[in-house]
Design a protein. Structure first.
Ligand code: C2E
Ligand code: MG
Ligand code: MG
Length: 607
């Protein structure tokens, strides 16, 4: 905004009146104006929301609404721009009402001249400046220029009110500079004051730069409560870890030494975190609990952060630790692939394997993907991890071929985020080229959520994958949105019925009905269908009767390391041949052969 030009908004539903007012403005000397005119109440509200004017002038008559209503609404919406109301002649009561509602001035329309108009605007602006000064003194800290306790509490209350409706989660961070008194005593108060200003500047930098915060708009703020205490409000956080990340960045930022005059000062802070609504649902409780968490951080040796609730500390730290370890896992080759056979029960043979990732953690041992894949999906590590999985699976197929194993497709799980990655197709083609395997040996397992993104990009990518000769199957079918639409729309080869439906298929009639429906739908759409998590012969029998002949589950084999898969598939005597035919022959011959069943169970345990 140009400082010398005053931006005025005129709201008047009568164009002739606008022209008269515009002419009056042109007569005013010594002040430059930029006059914008809007004719309707609704349009006015929209423009006022942009908050780009120095003064508003509302006519009293605005179609079905009145200028007084517009005045009231604007002020209720938090408008602090001076407003002048234009009224009819001699309407004294209305004049009083206008001032009581918060108008800076009122002008009788028929009496206005350029002088009156100019004076009214000038006074309105001067009054606003005085108000601003008072506001500044009441709500801001004079040392750092940050909001003070009053403004922080005010904003926190507003955010809580909003969150009651929207069910948002918010975090309050309470920070205290460690050993500030000693700094003050050693270097003097001027240095102490400068330090507090610098701390404020670094806080500002962290809050502005923070990813966790930048996607939010409403109500993030930080304040100096007094002394060496600061508070941060993070509104509408997605998850509690966001608060932790901010606390961590603050610690990192403060730990860089401060250059104050001739001194280099090392400073740390202790931070307490309280979460709305878990740790309190009003302003005072949240501040009190964040404060007590801060004391706890001090007791823990300072220079750290603590949540108000102990349990949260443990969980948050566990996740943070896992994130850090996972980053190293890739570099240190701690990831491995296991493979689980998929069996065709009609022909009694292995028709493929699914690659399932494992993490050989240096201290914790073998970690399940159910634990670390969700973490990797959140922090973006899923992309490099997923790429590693594709490359490793392709290389393994190559190695199996070289060792004489006949062609057998490998299914690889693809996270939704990974599929949306820009260079996803490139990664697939590179892995195929590099390993030299046929694209027919690779199947991608995607989930319903990937398809539900439903963008053109996803749909194009699915086609590109298929064009390469790589097949697609839908994993965990039935747990997502299960819109049958996409099965027709996209080039899908197979669906995998989720384990959760198979589990009680013999005892829960609902599950049985769902599984039956999925099988018959897949059959009529000519899709292959694989049942996951088959653990018992009763489940297998049910599936066979209903027309599902491809299965995967502990009944046949747990996921195995690559060399054991080789034995399972190639070594006819101790391998799958015996197990599969034992189980399958039982299917055909009925459940009478107790001896056979016992022996097959023993063999399953042996693997
Ligand atoms: P999923 O793709 O549905 O894989 C099947 C899961 O069921 C595997 O768990 C497998 O070990 C387990 N399972 C197989 N047969 C049985 C059975 O008879 N009974 C029971 N109770 N479970 C059985 P796992 O290996 O722990 O993997 C869990 C999930 O982690 C996978 O579910 C998949 O969603 C994900 N995952 C695994 N590897 C990868 C990967 O490389 N990339 C991605 N993005 N996700 C992966
Ligand atoms: Mg899978
Ligand atoms: Mg699955």
């Amino acid at each position: 905004m140009n400082e010398n030009v005053l931006r005025i908004l005129l709201v008047d539903d009568d164009e002739d009146d606008y022209i008269i007012t515009r002419d009056l403005f042109s007569e005013i000397k010594g002040m430059k104006f930029d006059l914008q005119w809007v004719a309707s109440y609704d349009e006015a509200l929209e423009v006022i929301g942009q908050n780009i004017h120095d003064v508003y002038i509302f006519d009293y008559l605005l179609g079905a609404k009145t200028g007084l209503e517009l005045l009231r609404t604007s002020i209720n919406n938090g408008c602090r721009t001076p407003i002048i109301l234009l009224t009819g002649q001699g309407d004294h009561e209305l004049d009083i009402k206008a001032i009581q509602t918060g108008a800076s001035d009122y002008l009788v329309k028929s009496e206005i001249n350029a002088d009156l108009l100019e004076r009214s605007i000038r006074y309105a602006i001067e009054r606003k400046r005085t108000e601003d000064d008072i506001y500044q003194m009441a709500y801001y800290d004079s040392l750092t220029g940050l909001p003070n306790r009053l403004l922080f509490q005010d904003r926190l209350r507003q955010v809580i009110k909003h969150s009651e409706r929207e069910r948002n989660t918010n975090a309050v961070l309470f920070l205290d500079v460690d050993n500030f008194k000693r700094i003050n005593d050693t270097f003097g108060h001027t240095v102490g004051d400068n330090l507090l200003r610098e701390v404020a500047a670094r806080l500002e930098h962290v809050i502005r730069k923070s990813d966790a915060v930048s996607r939010q708009h409403l109500g993030n703020m930080f304040a100096r409560l007094g002394g060496d205490e600061f508070t941060v409000l993070l509104s509408d956080i997605q998850e509690i870890e966001d608060a932790l990340k901010v606390a961590e960045r603050i610690n990192t930022s403060i730990s860089i030494p401060f250059a104050l005059g001739n001194h280099e000062v090392f400073v740390t802070v202790s931070t307490g975190i309280a979460i709305y609504p878990a740790d309190g649902n009003d302003c005072d409780t949240l501040l009190k609990n964040a404060d007590s968490a801060m004391y706890h951080a001090k007791e823990q040796g300072k220079n750290n952060y603590q949540f108000y609730m102990q349990s949260m500390n443990a969980r948050a730290f566990e996740i943070l630790e896992m994130e850090n370890d996972l980053r190293k896992a890739l570099e240190n080759n701690e990831l491995l692939l296991y493979y689980q056979p998929q069996i065709d029960i009609i022909h009694g043979k292995v028709i493929g394997v699914e690659a399932l990732i494992r993490w050989q953690h240096p201290e914790k041992g073998l970690v399940s993907p159910a634990e670390f894949i969700p973490v990797a999906e959140k922090n973006g590590l899923i992309n490099p991890i997923g790429e590693w999985v594709i490359r490793t699976a392709c290389a393994q197929i190559r190695a199996w071929h070289a060792a004489g194993m006949s062609a057998m497709p490998v299914s690889v799980n693809i996270a939704s985020q990974q599929f949306q990655q820009q260079d996803f197709i490139q990664i697939i083609t590179d892995s195929l080229d590099y390993s030299g395997i046929s694209s027919a040996d690779l199947i991608l397992e995607i989930t319903e959520s990937t398809l539900m993104e439903n963008t053109e990009a996803v749909s194009n990518k699915l086609q590109e994958v298929t064009d390469l000769g790589v097949k697609l199957s839908i994993d965990d079918f039935g747990t997502g949105y299960s819109s049958l639409n996409y099965l027709k729309r996209f080039p899908i080869h197979a669906i995998k019925i989720d384990y959760s439906f198979i589990k009680e298929v013999n005892t829960d009639p609902d599950d049985a009905a769902i599984v039956e429906a999925i099988i018959s739908m897949a059959n009529s759409l000519k899709l292959e269908i694989v049942a996951e998590g088959v653990e018992t012969e009763e489940q297998l029998e049910f599936l066979r009767i209903k027309g599902c002949s491809l299965v995967q589950g502990f009944l046949f084999s747990r996921p195995l390391p690559a060399d054991e898969i080789y034995d399972y598939c190639c070594n006819e005597e101790n391998g799958s041949g015996t197990i599969i035919s034992a189980i399958c022959s039982e299917l055909k011959s009925g459940p009478e052969s107790v001896e056979l069943r016992e022996s097959s169970e023993r063999e399953i345990h042996n693997i």
